[in-house]
Design a protein around this ligand. Structure first.
Ligand code: SAH
Length: 507
């Protein structure tokens, strides 16, 4: 086939998304998602994995058990074929591994029959993740020399009946998928076939998700535990002597913020470092921006200030955004960083000076305490009688300008970006908050504090508030809310520390 025709041909990637944790997809899987025109995904796939998909691509959810329509397999096959025939790059994204209880065979058969190119990208199947994330070895030198992945799903008549006698004498660990609602049946059959009732077992629900749970039991009690612990799918049950050798306790559930849900409120595009830090500590993080940041209505004031930069001796930045917008404009409209050659640089804190460092600019002054008052005090001596350009947001405190002026500096201010409140929150997040299911809300500026008060009102009392500084706490207090924890160092890491310390106060 000529190359151009080959190029026009659609193809299908059958990709394993892993069990939940968005870090458990393969690099190849991410590459496929980035190229896709259409992604057909299982409901169980973590939505964060879909962030690898290009904005132009179409996302199709294949339905959720018990919530409306689930796509029957023939309809999925047809859609895969139709999209590929239309020349599209299609990803069929499946929970876990595509070849473990995931009907990959049927999809491959349909694609082959239609003459469509495909690739299968493996994923981490739930049994392997449960072993790593819940601290349960699947094989053990003394107790298990083999592993069997078994379906506990009894109603699907198309599958051959299980040979329980063979399973009862299997020399190793049995992992039951889809076996929650049918636990009484398969456990009963196994015992009837001679597997000892006292065989250790563990039920692992939602492994690698922030709400992972495991319940230890025995073959005899597995069905009772499912009932009394109200275990719902997705869960699997691991049965065998290896289970009692779980020397390695779960690293995953013993992280300090495991089981804690934190809402972060930073503006869009600026939540990532804080999100990552909290996730690494085990928290479930949801992002609800309270304010939105954007360029100024027009650039004329910034351009005017940029042209006059050589007149100033100090350039003072009170936020990361100030650096990003001011220097961004400098580079895009004026094109030469040497405009900054003669000025000294001051930043309110380490985040702001790190932003300057991205432009290979060293900050001359960063206060030891990261707030306006401290910056003004430290600059006072050096800036007295000097011309200072203060880069700021469309709103914010006047403290820095006032203090510098009263210290004798000749201050000019320039608005480099707009900050406005986000009007209404995500409906699902509001619901979680109202239901008391958000443990912490991080509040990393006074503007965010006020925006949150306007956005959620009294519902904010249903979560604990962690603020970045006494100023932010005071802004919240003015709105009628008291912070439960306040950062000692006025940085994102300081907020995280404050949350950690709340749960684990120093002696
Ligand atoms: N292809 C998937 C399995 C699909 S069958 C894989 O390789 O993992 C669906 C079953 O997988 C569920 O009923 C449950 O038994 C199991 N499962 C999927 N994700 C799980 C998770 N995060 N924790 C525990 N069990 C899970």
């Amino acid at each position: 086939m000529p190359l151009f025709e080959q190029k026009l041909k659609g193809r299908v990637y059958l990709v394993g998304a892993g069990p939940g944790d968005p870090g458990l997809i393969t690099l190849r899987g991410v590459e496929c998602l980035a190229q896709a025109d259409v992604v057909l995904y299982d409901y169980l796939v973590n939505a964060q994995i879909l962030e690898h998909v290009a904005a132009r691509a179409e996302l199709v959810c294949l339905g959720r058990h018990g919530h409306g329509r689930i796509w029957p397999q023939p309809a999925i096959n047809e859609r895969l074929v139709a999209e590929a025939r239309a020349g599209k790059i299609v990803v069929r994204l499946k929970g876990g591994d595509p070849a473990v209880f995931a009907r990959v065979g049927e999809e491959v058969t349909a694609l082959t029959a239609a003459g469509i190119d495909f690739e299968v990208v493996p994923g981490i199947t739930a049994a392997l993740a449960a072993s790593s994330y819940a601290g349960i070895p699947l094989t053990h030198r003394d107790a298990a020399s083999a592993v069997a992945l078994v379906t506990g799903h009894e109603s699907d008549k198309q599958e051959p009946a299980l040979d329980y006698r063979a399973l009862a004498t299997f020399p190793g660990t049995l992992v039951f998928y889809m076996g929650v609602t049918s636990a009484a049946q398969w456990a009963g059959e196994l015992m009837a076939a001679g597997k000892p009732a006292a065989t250790p077992a563990v039920i692992v629900r939602r492994c690698s998700w922030p709400d992972q749970r495991s319940v230890h039991c025995t073959l005899a009690t597995v069905a009772d535990r499912v009932a009394d612990q109200k275990i719902r799918p997705p869960a699997l049950v691991i049965v065998g002597e290896a289970v009692s050798h779980d020397v390695a306790r779960s690293w995953f559930t013993s992280r300090p913020l495991f089981g804690i849900r934190v809402m972060i409120t930073r503006p869009k595009g600026q939540a990532e470092p804080l999100r990552r830090r909290l996730c690494e500590l085990g928290a479930e993080v949801i992002v609800q921006p309270a304010i939105a940041i954007g360029p100024p209505n027009d650039w004329s004031a910034v351009d005017f200030a940029l042209r006059r930069l050589p007149e100033f001796e100090w350039l003072v930045f009170s936020s990361v955004n100030g650096v990003a917008y001011f220097l961004g404009r400098l580079c895009s409209a004026h094109g030469d960083l040497r405009l900054l050659a003669g000025v000294k640089l001051a930043a309110i804190g380490p985040g702001t000076s790190e932003e300057l460092a991205k432009y290979h600019l060293q900050t001359d002054v960063v206060p030891t305490e990261f707030r306006a008052e401290a910056l003004a005090d430290e600059l006072a001596r050096q800036a007295a009688g000097r011309r200072v350009l203060l880069v700021r947001a469309s709103r914010g405190r006047e403290t820095l300008a006032e203090r510098l002026t009263s210290g004798g500096a000749l201050v000019e201010q320039v608005v480099a970006y707009q900050s406005r409140d986000v009007a209404s929150p995500d409906a699902e997040i509001s619901e979680l908050l109202r239901a008391g299911r958000i443990d912490w809300i991080t509040v990393t500026s006074s503007a965010i504090a006020r925006a949150l008060a306007a956005m959620f009102g009294d519902d904010l009392r249903r979560a604990k508030l962690a603020t970045i500084s006494p100023i932010t706490s005071a802004a919240f207090r003015d709105c009628g809310f008291e912070a439960a924890a306040e950062a000692k160092t006025y940085t994102m890491d300081g907020v995280v520390e404050a949350i950690l310390e709340f749960g684990n106060p120093p002696p």
